[in-house]
Design a protein around this ligand. Structure first.
Ligand code: NAP
Length: 493
């Protein structure tokens, strides 16, 4: 696909925006500064967007604060209708949004279109949940009193999101926030602001009022600090690295804000001797290589029982060898580029560390001949728990294979990390699947399945992988406050 033609077409569709959105108006940075947005597959500049800081963020906070009073007073049915309209528009523009994701993020177009459906589904789901924010009536211990619990929106929300899912990480925050009456300031990653801006344009078209959804981007720490400092911002919801999440958690304490954190993972994928090998290979492949290994739920350690290790390593390497690497717009491509040079260097250094400590390359192990940030899909064997690649997220297309003997050892190895987001197990033993799931210190467990994310199930981590849950009926609670109301003198006339 010709990138220039595509950019021109996206511009004429009105979905390629190069200004930020504050109070319903598209605006530049106040000092005119911009950031270039690149196509990671080619290095070409797609467009420039405003490089904003605290002044613009404070204005976005004010507009969000003003909008909160009217948006939160609308009926749940009205908010639901606007969200449903937004969902319909996202789906109607699925192709353009998918193209934008591939253009700025690099993932293959089919995967990008899948993200649009997944991302839009959060808006549909929460358009329905908007109508189900029920309160409670508590049996009173005193005859003359009636006790009630009201659920009310927390207020203005700052939503800070990463580059690896430029749409879905936004919709799973903004969907529940708007559904219950909150208003939002979105801060997308500087690498992928275009999908966020397109989604915001469609939110305006859906009749979501000016100020209810704002998008600012630029100097991340200035924007973050302004959101943290403002007493008008009542909640921060963040998806990204554990290091930045910890900073935000500390910063939120000054104004005692609510905070939800979706942070990094270090997912174990345990393959037992009794697994169906085809199911395990397919599951591990999906869990590891989706988005070129750049997801928080990517299998980071494939832990294989000794009886099936050689057979699995062979079948898995053959499957990985079939993954076509290239520009996400090319037919049949399953692996796009890494997001940037820093990501490439991280992958290289982790592989070097593993090799220097005794790991072996079964496949790949180097930069791809396409150059830029393309890396060969890689399988390493003889990986040990103490290697860097087992300790931290590699966030790239490298599958390290580790060996274990007993179920107890596999559980110990899997839990030997500060992360606790996703885990996968492959076994045909039903009792074992329950036993191991219960023993794993993780927020999500896939049994005989590598792709487990859906808007209807709670997504989130334990330990240092985060706080709170997104999606599902539980996700909306993160944006609600409980208010206890005591009605006295209820026995009088
Ligand atoms: P990141 O560097 O932490 O960035 C995430 C967001 O935070 C970006 O918008 C970034 O802005 C912003 N940011 C950076 N420094 C900030 C600061 N001091 N104050 C406020 N905001 C700040 O993470 P990433 O590299 O984009 O994303 C990859 C990480 O996200 C991985 O660790 C992955 O596991 C995690 N992740 C977790 C989940 C989950 O659900 N648990 C889902 C997806 C990804 P700029 O990009 O503009 O600098």
């Amino acid at each position: 696909m010709d990138a220039q033609n595509l950019t021109a077409r996206l511009k004429s569709s009105g979905l390629l925006r190069s200004q930020a959105l504050i109070g319903g108006k598209w605006i530049d940075a106040y000092d005119g500064k911009t950031i270039k947005v690149h196509n990671p597959a080619t290095g070409e500049v797609i467009t420039e967007v405003p490089c904003m800081g605290s002044k613009e963020t404070n204005d976005a906070i004010s507009s969000s604060y003003d909008a909160f009073y009217s948006w939160s007073k609308r009926t749940a049915a009205e908010r639901s209708r606007h969200l449903r309209k937004w969902y319909d528009l996202l789906i109607a523009h699925r192709e353009e949004l998918g193209q934008l994701i591939t253009l700025e993020q690099g993932k293959p177009l089919t995967e990008a279109m899948g993200e649009v459906t997944y991302g839009a589904n959060f808006i549909e789901f929460f358009s329905e949940e908007a109508k189900r924010v029920y309160g409670d009536i508590i049996p009173s211990p005193l005859a003359d009193r009636r006790l009630l619990v009201l659920k009310q929106p927390v207020g203005v929300v700052g939503a800070i999101t990463p580059w690896n899912f430029p749409l879905a990480m936004i919709t799973r925050k903004v969907g529940p926030a708007l559904a219950c009456g909150c208003t939002v300031i979105i801060k997308p990653s500087e690498f992928t602001p275009l999908t966020a801006l397109a989604a915001a344009e469609l939110a305006l078209q859906a009749g979501i009022p000016p100020g209810a959804v704002n998008v600012v981007m630029g100097n991340a720490s200035d924007i973050g600090d302004a959101l943290l400092a403002s007493p008008q911002v009542r909640k921060i919801t963040f998806t990204g690295s554990t290091a930045v999440g910890k900073k935000l958690m500390a910063g939120a304490s000054a104004t005692v804000k609510k905070i939800s954190l979706e942070l990094g993972g270090n997912a174990p994928c345990i393959v037992f001797d009794d697994a169906d090998i085809d199911v395990a290979v397919k599951g591990a492949l999906g869990a590891k290589f989706r988005n070129s290994g750049q997801t928080c739920v990517c299998a980071n350690r494939i832990i294989v029982q000794e009886g099936i290790y050689e057979k699995f390593a062979d079948a898995f390497s053959k499957a990985v060898q079939n993954l076509k690497v290239g520009d996400g717009f090319s037919e049949g491509v399953a692996q796009g580029p890494l997001i940037n040079e820093a990501a490439l260097h991280k992958v290289e250094s982790f592989v070097q560390d593993a090799l220097s400590k005794g790991a072996k390359v079964l496949l790949g192990g180097k930069r791809h001949s396409l150059g830029r940030t393309f890396y060969e899909p890689t399988v390493l064997s003889d990986v040990k728990s103490e290697m860097l690649i087992s300790r931290e997220e590699v966030f790239g297309p490298v599958a390290p294979l580790l060996r274990f003997k007993t179920e107890e050892e596999a559980i110990r190895m899997a839990n030997d990390t500060n992360a606790g987001l996703a885990a996968y197990i492959f076994t045909n033993n039903v009792q074992r699947s329950w036993r191991v799931t219960e023993a794993l210190e993780y927020g999500l467990v896939g049994v005989n399945e590598g792709l487990i994310s859906t808007e209807v199930a709670p997504f989130g981590g334990i330990k240092q992988s985060g706080l709170g849950r997104e999606g599902s009926k539980y996700g909306i609670d993160e944006y609600l406050e409980l208010k206890y109301m005591c009605l006295g003198n209820m026995t009088g006339n």
